[in-house]
Write a protein that binds this ligand. Structure first.
Ligand code: OGA
Ligand code: MN
Length: 203
C-alpha cells in the first residue's frame, strides 16, 4: 500500500486523538524504514536488558508485571535517525493541530520472548510525569495471527475492551497515555516493537 500524503495522514491522526483518543494505522511509515529498524534491532539483541517497572526510587524488575527486554533508541544508526525524525515531524504536526505542547519523544525497542507479557497498566503515572501520547510500532514480518501477542486497549474506566491489535509488521498505534489502560498478551513467538512516548514538560 502506498503511504497517503503526510498532511492527510496527520489530519487523520489528529482527528482520532481529538475524538476517540486512539488510532491504529496499518502501514504509515515507509517499508524501507521498517526493514532498516528490524535490521538495527537484530544487531542490538545482545545489549537488550530486562525492562523494569517504575522509575528511580521505586524501579523494580518483575517478570510477573512485564517480561520484555528493552533498549532505548539513540540516534546514530540511519534507520533510527530517520524514525526519530519521522516522529518529530509527527510531533510538530500534532502540536499544530491540537496545541498539545508535545515537547520531546523517547522510545525503546522491546523484545518479548515467547510467553512474556505486560500486565494491564497505564503509561502515565506518578513515576513518569509528562507522558502525553503513547506510540507502539510493530516489527514482526509475517506475524501469525494465531500466535497471540495482541495489545488490548481498555476504556478509561477500565470496564470495556476498545481494541485488540495484533502486532503485525508496520502497524502503528497511537493513544493518549493517561486515558487507556492496556496490556500485552503473551505470544507463542518472539514479539518485536518500538514503544515510545511524546512528552509535555512536567508541571
Ligand atoms: C508499553 C506497552 C504495548 C505493546 O511498552 O508500555 O504498553 O503493544 N507496549 O507492545
Ligand atoms: Mn504501555
Amino acid at each position: 500500500m502506498n503511504s497517503p500524503d503526510p498532511e492527510s495522514l496527520f489530519d487523520q491522526i489528529a482527528d482520532a486523538l481529538a475524538g476517540p483518543g486512539f488510532i491504529v494505522l496499518d502501514q504509515p511509515l515507509p517499508e524501507s524504514l521498517i526493514s532498516g529498524l528490524i535490521r538495527n534491532l537484530q544487531a542490538q539483541q545482545p545489549v537488550l536488558k530486562p525492562a523494569g517497572v517504575g522509575r528511580q526510587g521505586d524501579y523494580q524488575l518483575n517478570q510477573n508485571i512485564r517480561g520484555d527486554a528493552i533498549q532505548w533508541l539513540e540516534p546514530g544508526d540511519s534507520a533510527v535517525t530517520e524514525f526519530l525524525s519521522w516522529m518529530d515531524t509527527l510531533r510538530l504536526a500534532i502540536n499544530q493541530r491540537l496545541f498539545l505542547g508535545l515537547f520531546d519523544y523517547e522510545a525503546h525497542y522491546a523484545v518479548y520472548a515467547p510467553g512474556a507479557f505486560y500486565q494491564k497498566h497505564r503509561d502515565a503515572f506518578k513515576g513518569n510525569p509528562g507522558r502525553k501520547l503513547s506510540t507502539v510500532l510493530y516489527l514482526n514480518p509475517g506475524w501469525d495471527l494465531v500466535a497471540g501477542g495482541e495489545l488490548v486497549l481498555y476504556d478509561e474506566a477500565d470496564t470495556t475492551q476498545l481494541a485488540r491489535v495484533a502486532p503485525e509488521c508496520g502497524k502503528l498505534v497511537i493513544f493518549l497515555s493517561e486515558d487507556f489502560p492496556h496490556e500485552v498478551l503473551p505470544a507463542t513467538q518472539l514479539r518485536l516493537s518500538i514503544a515510545g512516548w511524546f512528552r509535555i514538560k512536567a508541571l
